[in-house]
Write a protein that binds this ligand. Sequence first.
Ligand code: NAD
Length: 333
Amino acid sequence: PLLRVAILGLGGYGGRVAEAMQSCKRARLVGLVSGTPEKLSTWGTRYNIPEKNRYNYENFDRIKDNPDIDVVYVITPNSLHHDHVIRAAKAGKHVISEKPMSLNAQMGQEMVDACKKAGVKLLVGYRMHFEPRTLEVVRMRKNGEFGKIMFFQGQCGFKIGDPTQWRLKKDMAGGGSLMDIGIYAINGARYMTGEDPVWVTAQETKTDPVKFREGVDETIQFQLGFPGGAVASCLSTYNMNNLDRFYLDGQKGFAEMQPSTGYGPIKGRTHKGELTQPVVTHQTAQMDAMAGIILHGEKPEVPVDGEEAVKDLKIIDAIYRACRTGQRQELKL
Ligand code: NAD
């Protein structure tokens, strides 16, 4: 059977996912949720979505009575994921949430709990977890080919445009660059090293307090310490271009990737040579893999469930606390 997906939130990234799903072998776009009637109609025509599978935010709880939809993929601004995921779960549908899953760990945990209570699966759109070159580095690390991991460096950023967009509003975004792009370095630090950090330190710098208002971070540097002794040094920014780079160093070898999390192609090499695994459309690979996870209980190489996302949110909470207090934060994930 195919995984039958409804996309909730027909914005920029929703459009990318919808296009990518046209090439899926195990998943199909069958439903839409939007507050804009014109979008429901243009998307509906383009993707051949029957009227009965088109919803708005007022009537979408009725998706409960629609046996032709398996999962709701929530692709709205960050602050809305919490409510949208919980509503979808209460309607008895599996849920995929975009990253960051929510604004903080407590809200994230509420989403995990709601999905558990409803007996539905909760996955998060961590598309790198299905990217073949990333997975090759993870495989090599699990296989001990880098030796003991000592260091990770993750640099993620871009110069953000339009100052009026939701990404620069604290109530919608939950923060600034860290919520949006720094999360790739946080999540990457975990899947590249294979460990969860036990402490974090962090420093924030702001050159433009007009564009980046109170609570919206422009640039944050943060450091993570891992139980095995490895350390990570990361940069998250909305004010520098060309930052999309991972470096992993072990006692027997290294991996470097640049770009490391962009839509692709991912490029990189290790001490053994270039990474040459196939270039894929990330969202196509992700949705095919998620079909296996949801329909057949397949286990991904790197977890993508709600609990994983809560760990990242705990790290984000700790980074913001470290910035505010100047103090090292101990972590228990
Ligand atoms: P966007 O602004 O292009 O789209 C957001 C959509 O949500 C719009 O269609 C908007 O109309 C809709 N929406 C519904 N209710 C809304 C409300 N009350 N206020 C504002 N908008 C509302 O944003 P986007 O770039 O598509 O990002 C959406 C989510 O996807 C974010 O959480 C973002 O972090 C995530 N994202 C993930 C990736 C990835 O690679 N995994 C890439 C881009 C974005």
